[in-house]
Design a protein around this ligand. Structure first.
Ligand code: ZN
Length: 81
């Protein structure tokens, strides 16, 4: 269980989010998925999507793992049965 730091560096590379903001989000959320507490395959989600006017700021971002992100995206597209 010592791979946390490595996976963060590899997995979190959303160029649209400034590094300083990403770090702030990670620190706030404890570098784990804010939904299921996973520490692998972490990524960032805009709580209000940018195409709906959401800003790339700390309060509009949260850490999600890839699995939870996929579920959220499917739900938001209405493709979950
Ligand atoms: Zn998760």
């Amino acid at each position: 269980m010592t791979r946390k730091g490595m996976t963060l560096n590899k997995q979190i590379m959303d160029a649209q989010i400034p590094a300083v903001v990403r770090l702030a989000v990670l620190q706030r959320d404890g570098a784990q998925c804010s939904h299921c507490d996973a520490t692998d395959t972490l990524t960032f989600q805009h709580i209000i999507p940018t195409d709906q006017g959401g800003a790339t700021v700390l309060k509009n971002l949260r850490v999600l793992c890839a699995t939870c992100m996929e579920i959220k995206e499917k739900k938001s597209r209405g493709t979950v049965a």
